[in-house]
Design a protein around this ligand. Structure first.
Ligand code: COA
Length: 278
C-alpha cells in the first residue's frame, strides 16, 4: 500500500519540523517567522502529523510551571481538514498535558473543535496592529536590568497565577523590557520583541490601565513608523486607546480553559505575551 493511502503518522515535534510548521502557518496567513517557531519550540513540546515525510499538521504544548500548559500552533493543512486529524492531535496533546490545566486562545476555526474537547470560554482577546503613529515618550519608565529578573517573574506570577519563569528567561534574551518602579519596588513591566512582520508588545503587567498605557507608550515611542502588534484581553479596556496609537483591531480570539482556573484573577495582565503563549 502507498504511504499516501495511510493515515498521517503522529510523532514528536522536533526542531527539524520547524520549516514544515512555517509552511503551514504561512498558508494560514499567520506571520510567524522561523525564529518565532524556534522560540515556541524551545519552550514547548508537541506533535506533528507526517504524510510522506511532509508536515501536514502541528500542535504545541507550552508548560507554565507544573500546574498549567498553553496549547498553541494547532494547524492542520487545508488538504487534510475534516478527517479527524485535528482531534487526533488534540488527544495527543491532552495526553502530554496530563492532569495539568490547559489554556489556549482559539481562532474561529478552532473554537468548535475545542468546545467538543471540553474547553470552556473564559473571555475574549483583541488583536491590534499597525504602523505606529507619533507617540510621545512617557515619564517614569525605566529599562529593566538583569537584577530585575526575579522581581519581574514574581510580579507576573502574582498577576496571572502562572509560573512563566522559563518564558521570561527566553524573553529577556530577545526583548526590550521596560519597568515602572516605586523606590526599590517593581510595579509594572512590559516586553517588546521582534515578531512576524515587525514587533510584538507583551506581556504587559501593570497596577492600573494608565500605567499599562505608559509602559506600552514607552515601547511605541521607540518604534515609530514600525509595524507593531499587541494582543490584549477585551476586559483590559485598552482597545479604544490602542486605536488612537495607530494600532487597529483586526480581530481576536476566544480565551479558553480546560481544568481549574489559575489562582490569580489576572487583573493586572494588560497584554498577552503573544496570541500563542497567552
Ligand atoms: C481547527 C483545525 C485544527 C481543525 O482540524 P481538523 O482536522 O479539520 O479537525 P477534525 O477533522 O479533527 O474535527 C474534529 C471535530 O471538530 C469539528 N470541527 C472542526 N473544525 C470545525 C469547524 N471549523 N466548524 C465546525 N466544526 C468543526 C469536526 O466536525 C469534528 O467533529 P466530529 O468529531 O463531531 O465529527 C483546522 O481547521 C485548522 O487548522 N484551522 C486553521 C488553523 C487554526 O485556526 N487553528 C486553530 C488555532 S487556535
Amino acid at each position: 500500500m502507498q504511504d499516501t493511502l495511510l493515515e498521517p503518522s503522529i510523532v514528536s515535534f522536533e526542531r527539524q519540523h520547524i520549516p514544515g510548521g512555517v509552511v503551514l502557518s504561512r498558508a494560514e496567513g499567520w506571520p510567524h517567522r522561523p525564529e518565532d517557531w524556534e522560540m515556541l519550540h524551545t519552550l514547548s513540546e508537541g506533535v506533528v502529523a507526517l504524510q510522506d515525510g511532509d508536515v501536514v499538521a502541528t500542535a504545541l504544548c507550552t508548560p507554565f510551571g507544573d500546574r498549567l500548559v498553553t496549547f498553541n500552533m494547532i494547524i492542520v493543512a487545508d488538504s487534510h481538514r475534516g478527517q479527524g486529524l485535528g482531534a487526533r492531535l488534540m488527544k495527543a496533546l491532552i495526553a502530554l498535558a496530563g492532569p495539568r490545566t490547559i489554556q489556549l486562545v482559539a481562532t474561529a476555526s478552532g473554537y468548535p473543535l475545542y468546545r467538543k474537547m471540553g474547553f470552556v470560554e473564559t473571555g475574549r482577546n483583541l488583536q491590534h496592529q499597525g504602523v505606529v503613529s507619533q507617540i510621545p515618550s512617557p515619564s517614569g519608565i525605566a529599562s529593566a536590568t538583569p537584577a530585575d529578573a526575579a522581581a519581574i517573574k514574581a510580579l507576573d506570577t502574582a498577576n496571572t497565577g502562572l509560573d512563566r519563569a522559563a518564558m521570561w528567561d527566553t524573553l529577556f534574551a530577545v526583548s526590550s523590557v521596560k519597568v515602572i518602579r516605586d523606590g526599590t519596588a517593581l510595579l509594572g513591566v512590559a516586553a517588546c520583541r521582534d515578531f512576524g512582520r515587525g514587533k510584538v508588545v507583551g506581556p504587559v503587567i501593570a497596577p492600573s490601565a494608565d500605567d499599562a498605557k505608559r509602559l506600552i507608550s514607552a515601547h511605541l515611542a521607540e518604534h515609530q513608523e514600525t509595524f507593531v502588534r499587541i494582543d490584549v484581553p477585551a476586559s483590559s479596556g485598552l482597545g479604544e486607546w490602542l486605536e488612537t496609537c495607530g494600532l487597529t483591531n483586526v480581530g481576536g480570539g476566544h480565551a479558553m480553559l480546560r481544568g481549574d482556573a489559575p489562582i490569580a484573577a489576572s487583573a493586572g495582565a494588560y497584554a498577552l505575551a503573544s496570541q500563542a503563549l497567552g
